[in-house]
Ligand binder design. Structure first.
Ligand SMILES: CC(C)(COP(=O)(O)OP(=O)(O)OC[C@H]1O[C@@H](n2cnc3c(N)ncnc32)[C@H](O)[C@@H]1OP(=O)(O)O)[C@@H](O)C(=O)NCCC(=O)NCCS
Length: 158
């Protein structure tokens, strides 16, 4: 881990004018399969993101370095005592430096502040990220089989 980057990293709530940049950054991260599964995942449409954000159905955290967005995550509270997060993304050139981990840790702080008892996420098994989340303390709840991939529901009790 490069200590310098992490010292200068800011993680904060996103604002409306940043939605387009977040959408593009996330889409690019998702269109770039690391593990050659051949499965391209979709980060969703900008119009849906704007609508959900404006209707306060989702919140977004952004990670910034020198005021540039280099990572993001979306979250909401499906129940009063649980937080669900999705679309964790870090720009390719900034990966493997602990930024994704810091974003997830910030989400966990928010969940604790809101007195949540559980954090939920789902991810495509074929992307190879189950061990990444297990390393962060998340456990597999359910694996759902689809025609060309598997979705994994994971959670962490707080
Ligand atoms: C997943 C993602 C956000 C991780 O961000 P990151 O900043 O690179 O993650 P970190 O630096 O915190 O990673 C920490 C550890 O996880 C490991 N790791 C990172 N990406 C991994 C992957 N795709 N599969 C398995 N392990 C991974 C790193 O090797 C590192 O291990 P170490 O601490 O033992 O060296 C980033 O790879 C990304 O944007 N991927 C594309 C979008 C995506 O797939 N999002 C998740 C959808 S569920």
């Amino acid at each position: 881990m490069q200590q310098g980057i992490n010292n200068n990293l800011t993680i904060r709530e996103a604002s409306k004018h940043e939605l387009q940049e977040i959408s593009e950054m996330t889409q690019k991260a998702y269109m770039n399969p690391e593990n050659n599964t051949g499965i391209i995942t979709n980060a969703g449409k900008l119009s849906e993101l704007v609508e959900n954000f404006q209707q306060k159905k989702i919140k977004i955290l952004v990670a910034l370095l020198d005021q540039k967005i280099i990572g993001a995550i979306r979250y909401n509270f499906p129940e009063t005592d649980s937080l669900y997060f999705s679309k964790l993304a870090v720009k390719k050139e900034y990966r493997n430096q602990g930024i994704g981990t810091q974003i997830v840790r910030r989400i966990e702080l928010i969940a604790k502040e809101k007195k949540c008892k559980k954090i939920l996420l789902d991810c495509m098994f074929e992307k190879g990220l189950v061990p990444y989340y297990e390393n962060l303390g998340y456990k597999i709840d359910k694996i759902k089989k689809h025609q060309d991939h598997h979705d994994v529901d994971m959670s962490k009790n707080l």
